[in-house]
Design a protein around this ligand. Structure first.
Ligand SMILES: N[C@@H](CCC(=O)N[C@@H](CS)C(=O)NCC(=O)O)C(=O)O
Length: 284
């Protein structure tokens, strides 16, 4: 209860502060030392994080690596430390802390901020010329954020009830079909979600597909992979892997997943044991 109250207080003090010049001095005074010390934005993140990889892909596409420093949340005690919770009461990564102390959590918020703040550098990644194209990007992103991210842990977390894991895997299979439908809309112009140019929607989806491709194929018996009967998603996946920045993010996330393999994570969290139970459906 005390922890909740203190993180709520932290939220009032730090979270969603307005970035206007008028309150900047007051904001700086209230800032945690870690934020005040930085001379450029800090992205708290680790290589395996799919939500963080979405922001890294934006950075790579827009060539912002020198403009943003990436730090492991462990450098300030980890996601649940007092210092980190003061910056993001949700205790999740990624988190972008600006030099004036404004702390921005949520990968889509960070992605859009990076695109807005660096509109003059690299590709726009925010389809400008058509409301329909922007809506399709928003739709792909919303389906991912609303229906996939909250349940993605069924692929690699535990312990959890076997029913919860099985229901989650079925739900992921359904969402793969929903996203295939979204991919069809601009498929003729492809290869990206909204046509010929990459966007924040591609950045949102791709790292999560790396997780799904890895976990579902290797641990849940999806022998034909996640693209069987999903040709538009497969075409998009191949284009993303062929993209230089996409390939870089693939290697980062995949490298993290291989470390999980080496550490026996899927056995430890109960995935391996659950999938042995043939009374549930695991492969779709
Ligand atoms: N909606 C959030 C989700 C963030 C999220 O779940 N991040 C994961 C890593 S990919 C995390 O921090 N997990 C640790 C935890 O929940 O304790 C976003 O888009 O940033």
């Amino acid at each position: 209860m005390a922890a909740l109250a203190s993180s709520a207080a932290a939220a009032r003090n730090v979270f969603f502060r307005r970035a206007s010049a008028a309150n900047a001095r007051q904001r700086r005074r209230a800032m945690p030392v870690v934020a005040a010390a930085a001379d450029k934005p800090i992205l708290y993140d680790v290589p395996v994080s799919n939500n963080g990889a979405r922001c890294r892909l934006i950075m790579y596409w827009k060539r912002l690596e020198d403009a943003v420093e990436i730090r492991d949340p462990g450098t300030i005690g980890g996601l649940k430390s007092e210092e980190y919770l003061a910056l993001n009461p949700q205790g999740k990564m990624p988190l972008l802390v600006l030099p004036d102390g404004l702390a921005l959590p949520e990968s889509e918020v960070i992605s859009r901020y990076l695109c807005d703040a660096h509109a003059d550098v690299g590709p726009s990644l925010l389809p400008a010329e058509s409301p329909e194209r922007r809506a399709v990007c928003a739709l792909a992103t919303r389906v991912h954020d609303q229906y996939v991210v909250p349940i993605q842990g069924v692929m690699y977390r535990g312990p959890m009830p076997i029913e919860q894991r099985a229901e989650g895997i079925a739900a992921i299979a359904k969402q793969l079909d929903v996203i295939e439908g979204v991919m069809k809309i601009y498929a003729d112009e492809g290869p990206f979600v909204a046509g010929a140019e990459p966007s924040t929607a591609d950045a949102a989806l791709f790292p999560t597909y790396i997780f799904m491709d890895h976990c579902l194929t290797r641990h849940f018996g999806w022998r034909d992979g996640v693209f069987r009967d999903r040709p538009e998603s497969e075409r998009w996946w191949c284009a993303m892997r062929a993209d230089t920045c996409g390939a870089r993010v693939y290697d980062e996330v995949k490298g993290g997943l291989e470390k999980w393999e080496d550490a026996g994570r899927f056995e430890t969290v109960g995935v391996t044991e659950h999938v042995k139970d043939g009374s549930f459906t695991w492969a779709y």
